[in-house]
Design a protein around this ligand. Structure first.
Ligand SMILES: [Zn+2]
Ligand SMILES: [Zn+2]
Length: 136
């Protein structure tokens, strides 16, 4: 059997020239870090060398990494480390438990308040006593 000749697909001026146009960046760029003069690869899209790219990404927000502090969970007392100043609980479970406890407490307080108000409505306040005093 004769093999069919493939022709026309290996045209060197055809699709090859556009495929070889790999995206590249300006040559001779230096790492953006003030104390680093590593020459960046033209294929590196970052302003930093590989050693400083990570650092730049992590400290982008404030310039310095957030201080890690030890906090005792308000729910179970477990000490945990966090960089989040607002965090009060070691886990979501404790956060939910604390939320439920607060909700229960506020419900109880509300019920007590309603009871007190009902009590106040049935017994006349200082008014009656002052009237007695003025008569006497
Ligand atoms: Zn660098
Ligand atoms: Zn906890």
């Amino acid at each position: 059997m004769m093999s069919t000749r493939i022709s026309g697909t290996l045209n060197p001026w055809g699709p090859v020239s556009s495929a070889s146009r790999v995206r590249s960046y300006q040559n001779g760029r230096v790492c953006f870090h003030p104390e680093c003069d590593t020459i960046l690869s033209i294929y590196n899209p970052s302003k930093y060398c590989s050693a400083h790219a990570q650092m730049a990404a992590s400290s982008r927000h404030r310039g310095t990494p957030r201080p890690i502090r030890e906090v005792a969970c308000e729910q179970c007392g477990t000490v945990f480390e966090t960089g989040n100043q607002a965090r009060k609980y070691c886990s979501d479970r404790c956060r939910m438990a604390a939320f439920a406890r607060r909700k229960r407490a506020s419900l109880r307080a509300e019920r007590l308040l309603q009871k007190a108000q009902a009590l106040q409505a049935t017994t006349p306040a200082g008014e009656g006593r002052s009237r007695v005093g003025s008569v006497a």
